[in-house]
Design a protein around this ligand. Sequence first.
Ligand SMILES: [Zn+2]
Length: 391
Amino acid sequence: MPCFTLDELTEQLSPIRKYNPVFGQLKTEILDAWKRALTRDTKNYNLRRIDVRDDEDSLVFAGTGNSAWVVIPTPLSTSYTSLPRRTGGGIRLNLGGTKLHIDPGPQAIANTESLLGSVIPTDGIVVTHVHLDNASETFPLIYSAAAGGSLRKTLVEEHLRRSLPVLVSNKTFMDDFNAGTSQRAFYESMLSRRETLQPGESVTINGIKITATPAVHNETPNISETIGLLIEYEGIRIGYTGNTALFKTAPVKEWERARDISARVGPIEKQLETYNHIIEAYEGVDILIAEMGSVTLNHDSIKPSQFLRADGIYVLAKAVKPKMLFISEVAPESDLLVPIDDEVRMIAHGDVTYRDSQKGEVSFAEVVSRTIENALEVPTVLTYDGMVFKI
Ligand SMILES: [Zn+2]
């Protein structure tokens, strides 16, 4: 198993540290950008229908934003017309004609309708944890995908000759489902079955094997059942980290500190005991979808991260060496444009056309993507809402 030191990582990513939003010079700029965003019109967010056939295996990013920021009326990123607005729509995965919707957060239905024409059919809905940006449209999606109402059996099963959706979720989401008496009664009939996954457990939908991978990410201060996913179908292996911190990376000092802090906060301490699995979970994947959260480097944080962030993705990608890396679920501060100075340009000279290279600006997240790509020679794509990848 490859081993990494924090020093090695810091050296690779050091140019980014200069722009650390927490400690760096951009803190004021972020606040200013927020003020501007709050007074700006955001109506020009329109996703257009994408060109992907029903029988093509594809990965469609219906929403790529992180945290509750995705439902704040005027997110930071909309203050820059050159940057995409990010919502919480989740991912639509089409494999062999079976359509899965992973983590349907805000805008999941609207974005899918815009991009693909309809949420019907949706054969499986997969929820990794209960957070708003990953799960808020699960019930609306169940309703829509099952065509709602009393005609659903006729519409979905007889007319489309498909099964009603399967709901796959982590334990917390399913516990809530079971506890909601009226909700359960209403939605249960719109599903063909429900499956709960804990790390290591698998379920199969039309030949697609979905295995829960471990994650370190607290859903509430007292509950920590978040999972990631390994999706396998006819030789294709796709890893989806979901929301997780990096764990078992190395003799990294921050984790020593995390242990100290977790002794006081509780749940993370328990999770860290399982931390030797994250790299093993995704070894050999063809595609790795890594969720970033903030761009801020972990070791500048005052508490253990709940997200991979820049350095976590770097370490994970270095160990896993996927054929293709997608960086998604990006926090607004990571989208903030920074000027390209000599130092950043040096690490950001990859073969990608930056969204705003004419202005001599590039987003934090792009810098991270290019740094990882150049350092690891892994094709790395920073996602945006409406991105489609044909597998
Ligand atoms: Zn979360």
